[in-house]
Ligand binder design. Structure first.
Ligand code: WTA
Length: 655
């Protein structure tokens, strides 16, 4: 592992633009007093305990934190229910008739659900789950498009204490199968199909293929998103049931929320790591709910009048924390959109903002770079004056994209909160507080109150100001992952062994003389393609499962829009023609094995791969070749001459 200073990194050191909070914004902001940082630093547990009063508890906790590194328990002895906090409690106030979800489907259909509507739906689904035999502690897999039934089903699971695992609708049958088998889901909730850029994603077909090899699955519930006029699906008698029939079978209306221990598992979300097997990140109830709701309120300066829109798919952690649990615990009104930014035209998002008077927009740098490329005429067509806070997440944002976003979307008046966090951290950990923090484009700025990051070298020693190093976290935080589902050793090994007692993020970063953090990207074998995490090993194992491939090494290469793109160096089996037809076949093969997000942009054929004497592929050297850098240390290679040959072949194919 190395933190490689790139050209972009040097440029960041030069970034001098500053954006203090506008006076009007400051005057009305939820957090105006910098004393919150002091307070949390001085008394971490006291700080979180005071904030925890914002949640509704069935039983108060006895201890705020039990910290036996790396094992954390927050709010020990407390009991609560996440669905109660996200739904029921709002129905006992004026928020009962407040819009919770303002949904727009890709074809333009609309639904608005109040908190009372969500309450009724969550109760029905919870009852139906129980009727299907789901009990407290059982896992439920959810494979749905971005429709209201997705958050509703998640909350219904939370209501009965059944951890959910949401599988992003872009994943293929193999990826679904592995996830279901890992967590032994009993019931799967899916839809007949989903819309994407005017095409259909065959969700039910994918589930049919996946559940052939998932013995734990007893029932598949199918929501008719597109309807049988558009697409007919196969329903297997005894196993498959339509959503409507499933709900009609329940007689009762109310399903009392289960009082759950603070540490009861809330969900498992699979994310890519440094091996071929995705990790089931486990989040539990109280700390997660507290961490996501507080960060959501403070970082986005959320008020009851706001119309909040996070564009992330709920299949990723951003959707879990900042569409479902954080915003709904806060009683927010939010937009949920099923489609993509450019369908039917490249102004779709701006039309949505204008139509619903969106005030807070949270999206990814890759989307912003796409909009920059399409040009300002699209946002200019629409009235974006309702916006007051802008957020980004998922990857480092280059200062140019930041400034463009600030100017052309935010009209120069909206603070931009660049929020750093991970599936594992559950909640945002490094971010501005928009009423307090002077912003620097390209920097996620400062740790959230109570969070203590540091930047260290290989030996775990803090690095000097402005030098790149490994980003670690020194203190626990309430929404932290608790373990890897079914693999506690891997949890210890992956996150807590490299710098004992500290959490290792896998990211490189530097800190400037103002204490601001500048994220430099992953330093491990995890790629970040358009804000989506992909493990190089996952793509490699997909590639080598193709009969024409002998060996494969996958790296990330810089990509103007996506930040990184997947590039694969492939050694074909003897006698296989290494041509464009094979490259195309391999791209499709990966898409089928994992999902379209993992499809390699570039495939280079080489006769050999650079290996150490212990047969480890040196991806670092392949990155050097692909980025046109001077080759790094090659002394550990079995045969350093291989490299010159690979470089030659690469340059030929690169044209
Ligand atoms: C990257 C997404 C720079 C980082 C919430 C991290 C970021 C990985 C930022 C986690 C940011 C996320 N600036 N890099 N603001 N936010 N990242 O698990 O490399 O999908 O480790 O969680 O995304 O990706 P994940």
């Amino acid at each position: 592992m190395t933190v490689q200073p790139s050209g972009a990194f040097e440029a960041l050191l030069q970034e001098e633009r500053r954006y203090p909070p506008p006076e009007e914004f400051k005057a009305q902001a939820i957090v105006r007093d910098p004393a919150v940082y002091e307070e949390a630093a001085r008394d971490l547990e006291g700080f979180w305990a005071r904030q925890a009063e914002q949640l509704d508890w069935f039983r108060r906790w006895e201890r705020v934190l039990e910290w036996d590194p790396p094992w954390a328990k927050w709010f020990v002895g407390g009991q609560l229910n996440a669905s109660y906090n996200c739904v029921d409690r709002h129905t006992q106030t004026w928020r009962r008739n407040k819009a919770a979800l303002i949904w727009e489907g890709e074809p333009g259909d609309e639904r608005v659900l109040t908190y009372q509507d969500v309450y009724r739906a969550v109760n029905r689904v919870a009852l139906a789950l129980k009727r299907s035999g789901v009990q407290k502690g059982d896992t439920v897999a959810i494979y749905l498009p971005m429709i209201p039934e997705l958050p509703i089903t998640m909350l219904a699971c939370a209501r009965i204490g059944a951890p959910h695992t949401v599988i992003f609708a872009g994943f293929s049958p193999d990826a679904i199968r592995d996830r279901i088998n890992d967590c032994q889901a009993k019931v799967v909730i899916t839809a007949d199909a989903g819309y994407r850029r005017g095409h259909l994603i065959p969700l039910k077909d994918n589930i049919d293929a996946a559940v052939k090899d998932t013995p734990s699955v007893q029932q598949v519930v199918v929501f008719p998103r597109v309807g049988s006029d558009v697409r007919r699906v196969h329903m297997q008698p005894g196993r498959d049931v339509w959503w409507g029939d499933w709900l009609d079978a329940v007689q009762e209306r109310e399903c009392p929320p289960e009082p759950l221990d603070a540490e009861h598992p809330l969900y498992i979300l699979y994310t890519s790591g440094t091996t071929g097997k995705p990790k089931g990140v486990l989040h539990t109830t109280a700390g997660y709910l507290l961490g996501t709701s507080l960060t959501h309120r403070w970082i986005f300066d959320l008020k009851d009048e706001d119309v909040y829109w996070c564009t992330a798919d709920i299949g990723w952690v951003t959707g879990h924390s900042y569409v479902v649990y954080g915003p709904m615990a806060n009683g927010a009104t939010q937009v949920i959109f099923e489609g993509t930014p450019d369908y039917p035209d490249k102004d779709r998002w701006w039309r949505i903002i204008e139509k619903y008077r969106v005030t807070i927009l949270y999206t990814a740098p890759t989307a912003i770079r796409g909009f920059m490329r399409w040009g300002v005429e699209y946002p200019r067509r629409c009235d974006l004056s309702s916006l007051r806070v802008l957020g980004t997440v998922g990857e480092p944002i280059n200062p140019e994209a930041w400034v463009w976003y600030h100017e052309h979307i935010g009209g120069g008046r909206c603070p931009v909160v660049d929020t750093w966090w991970q599936t594992e951290t559950g909640m945002i950990l490094i971010s501005p507080l928009p009423g307090l923090t002077t912003l620097k484009p390209g920097s996620a700025t400062l740790p959230f109150p109570g969070v203590e990051p540091d930047i260290v070298d290989e030996q775990g020693q803090p690095v000097p100001v402005d030098r790149g190093g490994y980003l670690i976290l020194r203190r626990p935080w309430p929404a932290m992952m608790r373990t890897i589902w079914g693999d506690p050793d891997r949890y210890v090994q992956q996150y807590w062994s490299r710098f004992p007692g500290n959490y290792f993020t896998g990211d490189g970063a530097r800190r400037d003389s103002d204490g601001y953090y500048w994220l430099l990207g992953r330093v491990d074998d995890v790629l970040n393609v358009a804000g989506h995490r992909i493990g190089t090993m996952e793509v490699e194992s997909a590639l080598v499962s193709h009969p024409a491939v002998a060996e494969a090494a996958v790296i990330g290469i810089s990509h103007e829009l996506k930040g990184q793109a997947v590039a694969a160096f492939v050694t074909p089996r003897g006698g296989m023609a290494a041509n464009e037809a094979l490259a195309q076949e391999l791209r499709e093969h990966v898409a089928q094995k994992i999902g379209a997000i993992a499809r390699p942009d570039r495939i280079f054929f080489t006769a050999e791969l650079p290996k150490t004497r212990s047969a480890k592929i040196m991806r670092r050297l392949l990155r050097d070749i692909a980025e046109g850098r001077v080759l790094g240390d090659t002394t550990t290679l079995t045969d350093p001459t291989v490299l010159a040959e690979i470089k030659k072949q690469y340059e030929e194919q690169e044209g």
